[in-house]
Design a protein around this ligand. Structure first.
Ligand SMILES: [Zn+2]
Ligand SMILES: [Zn+2]
Length: 425
């Protein structure tokens, strides 16, 4: 190491952030909400490597996508293998499914960092975090409804409201090619009205143009034929069943014919949840069917569906709506030991074994300083052991919120005495 390394203070890399204890209480709570909803719907936690063979994401996400084309963290490891840090959640789960061939239906949920080398800006990080689910092996439209219900239950569980669930069907191999051909014809007719980039690129991926943010493309998109009108009977029936299921559960949605995903393996149901934050729409969740993906990654044809949702973005939305405010946990009791600290040591061990959150002071500090820390900790009670209590085998319980009421109890019954005091008010 050269001296330079010691000149600049070390900091988290650009575009990343530290999640510190205290602030993380909200993350713990969010993961708790998501995990319990997912588990009760039959999903199990999956954990796959953060880095994979780069070909997985090139094939599974697509080289024409911005995330793989321009933003992926790629590196060569010491063995000369081309690797990449995970840019999104689905490809790795599908790779694991193919590798371990579990019996379908396969249901997995995840909470993971994802990595994108993009220009840092508010709400966008080079390492950000997602929760998500995937179901593999079921084409039944009722599964789409279950997945959508889980998505909205999650957002509601955090207290979010006023968001829009956008829904579309992208068809399948039987009906989409004709649609894409019709769309290409329409766009070619209106070519001179498109944005500069898309005047060049109609033939490559006409669906992308429907998603273009440029005002000129948006204007052309208004009159474009929609996939919905072009669905084959099977796809139309599937989509009708999805909508019927959403209606039956009173899950509101908006049919958005412009909601597209450019790659062939995305099929049928596709969705996004957006929220209007005043300064533009924020997408807080997105997903859909990918009945062609398993095959693209080398497995037997297997239908799949899932969604991912950015944790930082969802919490940003919670901030805006003033919901899901989670206070850091405070200890029930703080032990003030003015002897030599051994009583604090033993009482902490005893009460923690009994399941209580308790704290103590260290290094024989003065009684005054220990009480000050006890107050600052937010603890409800101070458990005081001085020379007298030590000699009698007692503890003085002082209520730090109740104007300093105190009671002396035998140390053996400390746990039940605390329980009684808590139960009282
Ligand atoms: Zn465009
Ligand atoms: Zn179809």
């Amino acid at each position: 190491m050269t001296e330079d390394h010691f000149m600049e203070p070390l900091r988290a890399p650009t575009g990343t952030h530290d999640l510190m204890p205290g602030a993380s209480a909200r993350w713990v709570a969010l993961l708790g909400v998501f995990a319990s909803l997912a588990e009760q719907s039959g999903f199990g936690l999956i954990h796959t490597p953060l880095f994979e063979d780069v070909r997985l994401f090139r094939r599974g996400v697509g080289t024409e996508t911005e995330v793989v084309g321009k933003e992926m963290y790629e590196f060569t490891d010491r063995g000369g293998r081309a690797m990449a840090l995970r840019p999104e959640g689905t490809a790795s789960v599908v790779r694991a499914f193919i590798q371990h061939h579990p019996i379908p239906p396969f249901r997995a949920w995840y909470a993971t960092p994802t990595f994108r080398y993009e220009r840092p800006q508010a709400g966008r990080y080079r390492q950000h975090h997602q929760v998500g689910v995937e179901v593999l092996g079921v084409a039944d439209a009722d599964v789409d409804v279950e997945v959508l219900a889980l998505a909205t239950d999650y957002l509601q569980g955090l207290g979010l409201s006023g968001y829009t669930l956008r829904l579309n069907s992208l068809g399948d191999g039987a009906c989409r090619p004709q649609y894409v051909a019709a769309l290409r014809e329409y766009l070619t007719t209106n070519k001179s009205s498109l944005c500069d980039e898309h005047q060049e690129k109609i033939s490559l991926n006409p669906l992308r143009i429907l998603d273009c943010k440029d005002a000129r493309c948006k204007a052309v998109a208004v009159g474009a034929p929609t996939m919905n009108e072009a669905l084959c009977d099977d796809c139309a029936e599937h989509f009708a069943r999805v909508r019927e299921g959403l209606d039956a559960q009173n899950i509101a949605y908006f049919l958005d014919a412009k909601l597209v995903r450019g790659l062939d393996y995305y099929t049928r149901t596709t969705f996004e949840v957006t929220l209007d934050l005043g300064e533009g729409e924020l997408t807080i969740l997105g997903g859909g069917r990918y009945d062609g993906l398993v095959e693209v990654l080398g497995g037997a044809p297997t239908p799949g569906i899932g969604f991912g949702s950015g944790i930082e973005r969802v919490l940003l939305a919670c901030d805006q709506q003033g919901v899901f405010e989670v206070e850091p946990k405070t200890p029930l009791a703080y032990i003030v030991d003015t002897t030599d600290g051994s009583h604090a040591r033993d009482i902490v061990a005893m009460l923690r074994k009994q399941g209580l959150f308790v704290e103590r002071a260290y290094a024989n500090r003065s009684m005054k300083s220990q009480f000050k820390t006890a107050d600052r900790s937010g603890a409800r009670f101070a458990l005081v052991v001085g020379d007298r209590e030590a000699a009698n085998g007692t503890v003085t319980i002082r209520d730090l919120r109740g104007g300093g009421d105190q009671v002396v109890v035998p140390r053996d019954t400390l746990f039940s005495s605390l329980q009684e005091l808590v139960a009282k008010n």
